[in-house]
Design a protein around this ligand. Structure first.
Ligand code: GLN
Length: 232
């Protein structure tokens, strides 16, 4: 609605605590995803109304059109493509197995037999844990946020967790008292995309166009470097 020169505002969901992609700092949301979506909005002429929430609610909220889109380190999967559109890739990620820094008995997925894994609801990590649970017999305890699931491993209520590689490696880099470590090879590789309502093809196009322009101009690298440096 409104006049043609009025800037449209889109409601964009994001995870609440997922550094370096999105997190609160001094009462403001910051991170790679936040900077990217704001930069895309500037280039493509829309405003962002950010809605931080538990990850598990994000895809359902887009398919119910309560959100126009979401940027939340969302892995591109065939299953999600059934219910939302996913933009072109903007980040290479993948899953890592994480244990307490004291734990020397778990070095590979087979070692999880009979163990307890803490995972975040609705994530690619939880899907992977469910697959492993079928194979090895594992108890799965579900949490709403990455910090809650990490805390379970730190407290030794859980033996392991599965987290996106860039998120756990960032945590280990910034927090020398994390009491966590990554074990083994990456469990899977995957790629992040921005999820958009299937009813808004125009927004999907704007987002893909914005991603392309940010990569071409060097602004994309600038944003990544601001949070994780060139080694990422
Ligand atoms: N990349 C994972 C997924 O899409 C986790 C995302 C998240 O926890 N914010 O399921």
């Amino acid at each position: 609605t409104g006049t043609s020169n009025e800037v449209v505002t889109y409601t964009i969901g994001t995870d609440a605590t997922f550094p370096p992609f999105e997190y609160e700092q001094d009462g403001k949301y910051v991170g790679i995803d936040i900077d990217l979506i704001n930069a895309i909005g500037e280039l493509e002429g829309f405003k962002v109304d950010l809605k931080p929430m538990n990850f598990k609610g994000i895809i359902p909220a887009i398919s119910a059109n309560q959100l126009d889109a979401a940027i939340a380190g969302i892995s591109i999967t065939e299953e999600r493509k059934q219910v939302v559109n996913l933009s072109d890739t903007y980040f290479e990620a993948g899953l890592s197995l994480v244990v307490h820094s004291d734990n020397d008995s778990i070095t590979k997925p087979e070692d999880l037999k009979g163990k307890v894994i803490a995972i975040k609801k609705g994530t690619a990590g939880s899907k992977k844990a469910e697959e492993l649970a079928k194979e090895y017999g594992i108890t799965l305890n579900y949490f709403d946020s990455s910090p809650a699931m990490f805390q379970e491993v730190v407290n030794k209520n859980a033996d392991a967790t599965i987290e996106d590689y860039p998120v756990i490696s960032y945590k280990l880099a910034v927090d020398s008292n994390a009491n966590l470590k990554i074990v083994g090879e990456r469990l899977t590789g995957d790629q992040y995309g921005i999820a958009v309502s299937k009813d808004n093809e125009e927004l999907l196009q704007k987002i893909n166009d914005g991603i392309k322009k940010l990569k071409e101009s060097g602004k994309y690298d600038e944003i990544i470097n601001k949070y994780i440096g060139t080694s990422a």
